[in-house]
Design a protein around this ligand. Structure first.
Ligand code: SUG
Length: 448
């Protein structure tokens, strides 16, 4: 086994962060529609979480925001003229479309794609499949830039292999790592992959949610596993509980989280949760020759509604270095809820999760994005890490420059009506152009 570490790459919140109510099925997004956002605070909250993890000795990287509004997308839909002319016309005549083109949703990089570690793939390379995110317009337009960013930061070749996002539209709707968990005894050892989907083809006869859409398809999960060169015996697929989806669980990472050999999940997370957990344990024993620890949170302790409101399961579960054990990185909403904080206290007292830290990520949370939504995790060996550009890592050298950059360029007040302001468009591009220099990466944006 080659030793390896988990690295969290967090999505940096973009300057257009706003509340447009674009995600039907995501209760926070709907509830906060048309509220005024604070992109500066949002970006600083995200950066503060990244720095706190880095300070704990956990390697932490960042993925840059996308260029928004997405004028290429709007031109593709037949709008023409200068960018400013397009912005004014589309914002006036098609406000919903302009909001979609302007969303900073790429910050939720748990949906950027699915990665497979070299310890698990047939050719021993790290494989990436960017998510097509076809379920929502504002997210479907992310995959091109995501592919470019991945290729820039993780150069294709002997170490990193990149696949295109899945074709096939709705039948192959893929939401990335938010519906994927890798279990392993130690990061560098061979692992076992758990894929969770919300729906399958009509012939499956599965019960579907009646209120909200199921975003991830089983066919997409299977294709991602194939592309990422994971052999069938290394994967296990389970279906999200349609009742949970109807309660606002639009991704699996809103109702379960795993790390190494631990799974923390809600009683109603899956169809036949007890059966799924039993099978997971069996597969894990067979592949990893180790015992899995599944911690179930019963509805009587934390209802589905409370889980969705507090985002308990959207916590990150990380392994601290030097044998300090696992830490739960939870949103502050969890600490403020009596039932949830009581559960967390008991969890921490009984192990194997040994500590909790709460983070204020309210700006992102109000769009349904908690700690785990903001991170894309990868397992890399030292040799693989050495290829990654150092400017994308968060540490004492890079953090102050990023904070100063946000403070220089981001507004502290943004409403939907501000999005088409010509001065704002220029501000956003100036900021992103400077960011690529700051991060020491190449020109990843179309305008550069
Ligand atoms: O896709 N919200 C995102 C939140 C993504 C959370 N990711 C994970 N659970 N991994 C979504 O629903 C809201 C944007 C708005 O309404 O303005 C939004 O896109």
């Amino acid at each position: 086994m080659t030793p390896a570490v988990e690295i969290n790459f967090d999505g940096l919140v973009g300057p257009t962060h706003n509340y447009a109510g674009l995600s039907y099925g995501n209760e926070a997004s709907l509830k906060n529609r048309a509220s005024v956002s604070n992109p500066r605070r949002a970006a600083l909250q995200g950066l503060a979480k990244m720095k706190a993890l880095a300070d704990l000795g956990l390697p932490q990287g960042l993925l840059p925001p996308h260029d928004r509004p997405a004028f290429g997308f709007l031109r593709h839909l037949g709008f023409s003229g200068t960018d400013t002319e397009i912005a004014i016309r589309v914002a006036g005549e098609f406000p919903e479309l302009f909001a979609s083109a302007s969303s900073a949703s790429a910050m939720w990089v748990a949906n950027a794609g699915t990665v497979a570690s070299s310890a698990d793939t047939l050719d021993e390379r790290v494989h990436f499949t960017p998510a097509n995110l076809t379920s929502k317009v504002h997210r479907a337009i992310e995959s091109d830039q995501t592919s470019r960013t991945f290729r820039e930061i993780f150069p294709p070749g002997a170490i990193f292999a990149h696949h295109p996002p899945l074709a096939g539209g709705d039948a192959f709707a893929d939401e990335g790592a938010a519906n994927h968990t890798r279990f392993c005894p130690e990061y560098g050892q061979g692992g076992f992959h758990f894929f969770v989907y919300g729906r399958s083809g009509p012939e499956s006869g599965d019960q579907v949610p009646t209120r909200y859409p199921a975003r991830q398809s089983r066919e997409a999960s299977e294709a991602v596993a194939r592309l990422n060169q994971l052999e069938p015996d290394r994967i296990f697929l389970a279906r999200q509980n349609p009742i949970a989806i109807d309660a606002g669980v639009f991704h699996n990472d809103v109702i379960s989280v795993g790390n190494e050999n631990v799974l923390l999940h809600h009683e109603d997370a899956f169809v036949d949760t007890a059966g799924v957990v039993g099978e997971l344990k069996e597969h894990y024993r067979r592949i990893c020759d180790d015992e899995m620890v599944a911690i179930e949170v019963p509805s009587s302790r934390v209802s589905l509604a409370t889980a969705v409101r507090t985002y308990l399961f959207n916590s990150q579960l990380v392994t601290r270095p030097n044998g300090e054990g696992m830490l739960l990185i939870a949103p502050s909403e969890c600490g403020e809820d009596a039932a949830v904080s009581e559960f967390i206290d008991e969890l921490v007292a009984s192990g194997p999760v040994r500590a909790v830290r709460y983070f204020d990520l309210r700006e992102s949370m109000r769009n349904g994005g908690g700690p785990a939504c903001l991170r894309f995790r990868m397992v890399l060996t030292d040799e693989q890490r050495a290829v990654v550009s150092p400017g994308v890592m968060i540490n004492d050298a890079t953090y102050p420059g990023l904070v100063a950059w946000v403070e220089r360029h981001y507004r502290d007040h943004l409403s939907i009506d501000d999005l088409a302001d010509p001065a704002f468009l220029l501000e956003c591009r100036t900021a992103l152009d400077e960011l690529t220099h700051l991060m020491g990466i190449g020109s990843i944006y179309g305008f550069q």
